[in-house]
Design a protein around this ligand. Structure first.
Ligand SMILES: [Zn+2]
Length: 247
C-alpha cells in the first residue's frame, strides 16, 4: 500500500474521532441546561406548595377568629335569653341563638376542611424537600461530571488537531482537497472507504472489472464511479470469510 494511502486512512480515523468528540461536546450544554431546568422545576414546585400552605394557614387563622367572635355572640344571645320579658322577645332570642349555632358549626366544618388540606400539603412539602435534597446532590454531581468531560474533550480535540496538522503537511494535496470536499458533502460521514472483493464498501456496488484491476495494480486511492467516495483496496486478510479461506 502506498504511504499516502496509509496517511489518508490515518487522517480519516483522526477526523472521525474529532467529529465524535465535537458532537459529544455540543450535547453537553444541552444536558446541563436540562439538569438546571429539572432543579428549577423542583424548587418552583416546592415554593408553590409552601406559598399555598401559607395562604391556608392565614385562612385557618381568619376562620378561627371568626369562630371566636361567633362564640362570643352566641354567649351574648344566651345571656339575653335569660333576661327576656315577653314571649316575643324569647322567640327572637331563641332564633338568634339558633342562627349563631348554625354559623358556629359551619365555621368549625370549614376549619376542619382547611386543616385536612394543610395536613396533606405539609406531608407533600416534606416529601418534596427530601426529593429536592436528594436530587440536588445528584444534579450537582452530574453537572460537575459534564463540565469535567467538556474540558477533557477540549484537550483531546486540541491534541488530535495538532496531530492532524502535522499529518496533513506530510500529505500531498492530490487527495486532500477531494477528501475535504467530500467530507462536507457527506456531512462528516467517512468518505474514504475500502473495496472488498471488488465491492465499494460505501455504496456496495460491484466495481467494473477493468477498474478493479487498475486498483489492484496501482494500490492507490481512486474515486468510486458510482458514489464518488474515495476508495482503496482492503489489504487486510478477511476475518469473516467463508470456511476461513482468505479472500
Ligand atoms: Zn461507491
Amino acid at each position: 500500500m502506498k504511504e499516502e494511502v496509509t496517511l489518508m486512512i490515518h487522517l480519516q480515523e483522526l477526523d472521525t474521532e474529532i467529529v465524535a468528540l465535537k458532537r459529544e461536546k455540543i450535547e453537553i450544554p444541552i444536558r446541563i441546561a436540562e439538569l438546571n431546568d429539572e432543579f428549577s422545576r423542583l424548587t418552583e414546585s416546592l415554593a408553590h406548595e409552601q406559598e399555598r400552605a401559607g395562604i391556608l394557614e392565614k385562612e385557618k387563622r381568619s376562620k378561627e377568629t371568626g369562630l371566636k367572635e361567633e362564640e362570643d355572640r352566641l354567649l351574648n344571645s344566651e345571656k339575653k335569653l335569660s333576661e327576656v320579658k315577653t314571649n316575643k322577645e324569647y322567640q327572637a332570642a331563641q332564633k338568634e341563638i339558633e342562627e349563631h349555632r348554625i354559623q358556629n358549626s359551619l365555621l368549625e366544618e370549614q376549619i376542619l376542611l382547611v386543616m385536612d388540606q394543610l395536613d396533606a400539603l405539609k406531608t407533600d412539602i416534606v416529601q418534596k424537600e427530601e426529593e429536592l435534597t436528594r436530587t440536588t446532590g445528584v444534579i450537582k454531581a452530574d453537572i460537575d461530571t459534564y463540565t469535567a468531560r467538556a474540558l477533557v474533550i477540549e484537550d483531546q480535540v486540541t491534541q488530535k488537531e495538532g496531530v492532524r496538522a502535522k499529518l496533513v503537511k506530510g500529505l500531498g494535496t492530490s487527495y486532500l482537497s477531494t477528501y475535504e470536499r467530500l467530507t462536507r458533502t457527506f456531512h462528516d460521514e467517512p468518505v474514504l472507504v475500502k473495496v472488498r472483493k471488488g465491492v465499494c464498501m460505501g455504496c456496495f456496488i460491484n466495481l467494473p472489472p477493468q477498474f478493479f484491476n487498475e486498483l489492484l495494480r496501482d494500490r492507490d486511492i481512486k474515486t468510486c464511479p458510482n458514489c464518488a467516495r474515495l476508495i482503496f483496496l482492503d489489504e487486510e486478510p478477511e476475518k469473516d470469510s467463508i470456511n476461513g479461506v482468505p479472500a
